[in-house]
Design a protein around this ligand. Structure first.
Ligand SMILES: [Zn+2]
Length: 189
């Protein structure tokens, strides 16, 4: 039974992927991590590289839950070995049940990823808003400091004017005094 069937497989690989967009099985992740590692089986099934092949689980629509062999290094230059590990024993009912469960798991994962992305997005927006408000606050603080400085300068100016007015008043009083003194002196003479 060698060779790839037209609809091939998902696998039980636990390697992480960025997203779970594909539902046709070929590159989609396994809905469940299987308890055995892909090489934890006996007797060994050798691939064309003379190495123990990996045994994965198909999650395709046609063969959900059916195991198959594939070169362990297929993605990094290994051979093209692909073979079912067992005859299909699944009934149509169990097959549709497995597919429904698989789809449900994928759906939940997708929803979870969307929710996580939404939370991350909301956090970023919140941080942006916070930074904007912080900048506005800082600008308001600087404006306030500038106003305070203006008030101090105006206060100094007022003090200076008051001082000048006092000098003028004093000079005026002295002039009036002198004038009255002169008038009195003239009257006496
Ligand atoms: Zn190989």
């Amino acid at each position: 039974m060698r060779g790839s069937p037209a609809r091939s497989t998902g696998s039980s690989s636990s390697s992480s992927r960025a997203s779970w967009p594909r539902m046709d099985g070929a590159a989609a992740p396994s809905p469940i991590p299987y308890r055995e590692k892909p090489t934890d089986y006996w007797p060994p099934y050798m691939c064309h590289c003379q190495q123990k092949a990996a045994r994965w689980i198909s999650w395709s629509d046609d063969n959900p839950g059916r195991r198959y062999y594939k070169c362990l290094r297929a993605r990094v230059g290994g051979c093209r070995l692909w073979d079912w590990a067992e005859e299909s024993t699944t009934t149509p009912f169990v097959r549709s049940l497995l597919i429904d469960l698989r789809d449900m798991v994928w759906k939940f994962r997708r929803e979870k990823e969307e929710m996580v992305a939404a939370v991350v997005d909301a956090r970023e927006k919140l941080e942006e808003t916070r930074a904007e408000k912080e900048a506005e606050l800082q600008a308001a603080r600087l404006a306030m400091q500038a106003k305070d400085h203006e008030v101090v300068v105006l206060g100094e100016r007022v003090n200076e004017l008051n001082r000048q007015r006092a000098i003028l008043l004093y000079a005026l009083a002295v002039c009036i005094g002198l004038l009255m003194f002169c008038m009195l002196k003239t009257n006496v003479l």
